[in-house]
Design a protein around this ligand. Structure first.
Ligand SMILES: NC(=O)c1ccc[n+]([C@@H]2O[C@H](COP(=O)([O-])OP(=O)(O)OC[C@H]3O[C@@H](n4cnc5c(N)ncnc54)[C@H](O)[C@@H]3O)[C@@H](O)[C@H]2O)c1
Length: 255
């Protein structure tokens, strides 16, 4: 039981197809107690339905667009648990119209929203929960995608947000390392989820990926879950500031 006695915050479960759900299952199986957050009441109903299969998780609402909700979340975890050993950030958002057509057409408001929800949220939640994580050999993991460093058709402003997210991983790793907190990202291959359905042509991307990736199969949420388990566990205690690919090897390909 790699995470026996540990408590973790997992943000981003929307339904059973969510990457956050794959991660929640993997860390739960390894013995961790979880705090799961959901964005709004509608998604909260899904999380309440899923929660009984985990070991007595705490459920809390938190929209990362609200500083007030983030502060309340940290305060409630402080009161009800007192500490955190790990934090999984598996959330992102960009308006659907920004995820098709030309990147050059991105509207200022859509750019701000994508960067705020998908990248700044990692920074501000990490800061809010730092007092709960200090000196516990804690770990933070976020989710990114290859579109941060290569042009992926229709991924557009989300690619720019993921580039900011990955740079934030490095800066946060440097800030939080002295407090005993590691910060890493998993770059997952394409998986059909609520969020990815907003990206134009996602089904075709998944098909192409399965045909071309060295492992010749689609990426599954439990594979991402096991990599996250490694990154929040002591097995990865020497690793921080990294982006680890869980994509069946797709990113190594040239033409
Ligand atoms: N699915 C893929 O192909 C893929 C590939 C690589 C990386 N990722 C990343 O994985 C992460 C999880 O996405 P997913 O694919 O599992 O989709 P998902 O739709 O299951 O999860 C996205 C989550 O983001 C949450 N969210 C959006 N706006 C929010 C806000 N304002 N406040 C709080 N929560 C908010 C949603 O409620 C949802 O739970 C995202 O960062 C995504 O970019 C996904």
């Amino acid at each position: 039981m790699l995470l026996e006695g540990k408590t973790g915050l997992v943000m981003g479960v929307a339904n059973k197809r969510s990457i956050a759900w794959g991660i929640a299952n993997a860390v739960n199986k390894a013995g961790a107690r979880l705090v799961l957050t959901y964005q709004n009441e509608r998604l909260g109903e899904n999380v309440q339905e899923l929660a009984p299969s985990l070991n007595n998780p705490l459920l809390m609402q938190c929209d990362v667009g609200s500083d007030e909700q983030i502060q309340k979340l940290a305060a409630r975890i402080g009161e009800e648990v007192g500490h955190l050993d790990f934090f999984v950030h598996a959330l992102a958002f960009a308006p659907r119209e920004a995820l098709e057509g030309m990147y050059a057409d991105t509207k200022r408001e859509d750019f701000k929203t994508a960067l705020d929800i998908s990248a700044y949220s990692l920074v501000t939640v990490s800061k809010a929960i730092l007092p709960l994580m200090k000196a516990r050999n804690g770990a933070i993991v976020t989710l990114t995608y290859l579109g941060s460093e290569r042009v992926v058709h229709n991924y557009n402003v989300m690619g720019v947000a993921k580039a900011a997210l990955e740079a934030s991983v490095r800066y946060l790793a440097n800030d939080l390392g002295p407090h005993g907190v590691r910060v890493n990202a998993i770059s997952a291959g394409p998986i059909k989820t609520l969020a990815s359905s907003a990206v134009g042509g996602i089904s075709n991307m998944i098909k192409l990926h399965s045909e071309r990736a060295p492992l010749r199969k689609p990426v599954e949420i439990d594979e991402v879950g096991d990599a996250a388990l490694f990154l929040v566990s002591p097995l990865s205690r020497g690793i921080t500031g990294e982006v680890i690919f869980v994509d069946g090897g797709y990113h190594i390909l040239g033409v």
